[in-house]
Ligand binder design. Structure first.
Ligand code: GSH
Length: 308
């Protein structure tokens, strides 16, 4: 059996009806595999997609209708990783089954060191024994390696691709570091600078959304960065939404995604959150808040309190 699910290492319950004649159900908890035959139910690829996270059902995975491609995904055990969810989204959109292997990012396993010796970070996708590192690169890889599985995640047009990659890199390298910087410093001036940088970044992305989502000859604005459906930049930015919200709350600030200041982005975030497979995968804001206060604050070693 090519798709092996390890006990206590599974997170997602995917119920994805496709037109495959025979689907497989995996129940890792008891290591039982049941073959379930479905007739060609045409309910749309992601009409049913449910996730039960590690906390509620730590060792159960059921995958129905996913294709088995020898994929393993090494992810942080925390369950709040932006970058892990960023990879899980395209995997879900493409209907790909994978072994979900949670690891402690602080404790570098031999598998992680062998798979990502340069950055030693998670997530890492292993496809047929070969590792692919860095979440944005993994997203692109999945799009290129499985072109027949659903719609393309990256824009077809080379210019739009370049623009999407540009903004994704900006979000990772500039916008999020500024935003998290609001909490990681206790110095008032630094904090104020980070707030200003973050708000400026949201302003730039507001304009970028209007530009990237233009579609058709009339250049009407589409609902997503990716056009009519979510794509590369939607996922790249969208996985940060719970973090932006949690950081705003902890900093005692009004929400970053504000309908007055950035109306297009605020509306986009609402649509993104409600879309499949986002609705099932996006981290809860409370969980991120808890992670920041319990794990990151002690790490930063600063006495950060609201209004500090
Ligand atoms: N740029 C990387 C960031 C990955 C990252 O920062 N991963 C964190 C966990 S969410 C990690 O592995 N941290 C451990 C470390 O930095 O040593 C990506 O997009 O995959």
């Amino acid at each position: 059996m090519p798709c092996v699910v390890e006990a206590n290492q599974c997170k997602a319950i995917h119920l994805s009806f496709t037109k495959l004649p025979l689907q497989r159900v995996l129940l890792s908890q008891v290591c039982v595999r049941v073959l379930v035959a479905y007739s060609t139910v045409s309910l749309g690829r992601y009409s049913i997609y449910t996730l039960i996270n590690t906390y509620t059902h730590p060792s159960t995975t059921i995958m129905v209708g996913a294709q088995e491609q020898g994929l393993k995904l090494l992810v942080p055990r925390s369950g709040v990783s932006i970058y892990a969810i960023r990879v899980q989204m395209p995997l879900a959109m493409k209907g790909l089954a994978y072994d979900y292997l949670p690891k402690d990012p602080g404790c570098k396993s031999d598998l992680l060191l062998a798979s990502n010796p340069v950055h030693k970070t998670l997530p890492v996708l292993i496809h047929g024994g070969r590792p692919v590192c860095e979440s944005l690169i993994i997203m692109e890889y999945l799009d290129n390696a499985f072109p027949g599985n659903g719609a393309s995640i990256l824009p077809a047009d080379p210019y739009r691709r370049a623009v999407a990659r540009f903004w994704a890199a900006y979000i990772d390298n500039k916008m999020f570091p500024s935003c998290i910087g609001i909490l990681s410093t206790a110095k008032q001036q630094e904090k104020a600078d980070k707030v200003e940088e973050t708000l400026a970044a949201f302003g730039l992305l507001e304009a970028a959304l209007a530009e990237c989502s233009k579609e058709g000859e009339a250049e009407a604005e589409a609902p997503f960065f990716g056009g009519g459906s979510i794509g590369f930049l939607d996922i790249a930015l969208g996985c940060y939404i719970p973090w932006f919200e949690a950081i705003g709350r902890l900093a005692g600030m009004p929400p970053f995604l504000d309908a007055t200041r950035t109306p297009k982005l605020a509306a986009w975030a609402g649509r993104f959150r409600a879309a499949e497979p986002v609705i099932a995968l996006l981290t809860a804001v409370d969980k991120v808040e808890e992670y920041i206060t319990k794990v990151l604050y002690p790490k930063w070693n600063v006495a950060v309190t609201v209004g500090n």
